[in-house]
Every structure is written in C-alpha cells, then in structure tokens.
Design a protein around this ligand. Sequence first.
Ligand code: PRP
Length: 177
Amino acid sequence: MHQDIEKVLIDEEVIQKRLDILAEKLMNDFEGEPIVVVALLKGAILFMADLLRRVPLTMEIECINVSSYHGGMESSGKVQFLDNTLPDVLGRKVLILDDILDTGGTLHAVTEKLTGLGATEVKTCVLLTKDIPRESVKEADYSGFVIGNEFVVGYGLDYQGKYRNLPYVGILKTSAI
Ligand code: PRP
C-alpha cells in the first residue's frame, strides 16, 4: 500500500469483480446499437480502460477534459470545459463515463452539453456515487459502488494531481493533506 494511504476502502479485486458485472449490464443494454463513449478526464482514465476492455461492442471512444474540484478536496460546483472542441455526437447515442458522482454537477453539465450538441440519448456510468442528498440532480444510470461522504483517492481519483495510478480506492492520511 502507498505510504500516504490511511485505509483502502475498495480493493483492486473488488473493483475488478464489480467491473465484470457493470460490463455485463452494458453489454445487455447496448447490444446492437453503435454508441459513443465519452470519458471525462482525468478521473475516468483507469475506469475507462478497465471497463471498456470488458465490453466488446461497436463503439467510439472520446474524451472530454472537465474540471470541478480544481485539485482540492471539495467539488466547487462550477464545471469548466477545458477543451476547444467537443466530440461530434449529433444523432448518436452516448454513454458518459466518470470516476465519481459527488454533487452531480459534472455529469449534469456534460449531459446537458452533449444533449445540446444533438445526442439522441445520453446515459451515465460512474465507478463511485457519494451517498449525499442532491437536489434535482439525476443519479447515474450505472454505478459501481456507493461510498460515504469522504474524500477518496486512487483508481483515477486524485489529490493535487497525485494518487490516480493506485489500483484501489483509499483514504489519505492527514499527514499527506
Ligand atoms: C472530479 C471527478 C468528477 C467530478 C465529480 O473531477 O473526476 O468528474 O469531480 O464532482 P461533481 O459530481 O461534484 O461534479 P475533477 O474536477 O477533480 O477533475 P479530474 O477528473 O481531472 O480529477
């Protein structure tokens, strides 16, 4: 375990097993329909790679760079689109992938944006959902795990840009913050 991690919340094996189940659901739900998968950088990178290799459907993969935490420990609630161009989703069915649904602001903003660009349907899939009350924000259509209202790193999630590469989801030691 990394020296800055206090506790592993979801270990590698548990994540990988859950991805098998999520992938099976996606296979059943999207079979026979070409989709565009839109992964949200940077948090979705490990999730995207591990999940999509289990889903041998016809798909295109696109990435959008968005930011709401700005490197810190709390979602700012303001979603910034960092790219100059966005994927062509006109007339297409889209599946958005992200690492975590916290306030839900990011998924909401990206869903609105892609719907505005003419996507025929937008579904969402996250590894983690925080168990917190959210006003008028939709839950993800697919979610790997529900976690408490705590700050987690690993498996794509960062603190000040670090720890994304850890293969598990964990809690940082206070000495690392
Ligand atoms: C994090 C995370 C989600 C979003 C969730 O992204 O990856 O995209 O915040 O928060 P929300 O539900 O409150 O919108 P971040 O801004 O840290 O960018 P990153 O993916 O590059 O780490």
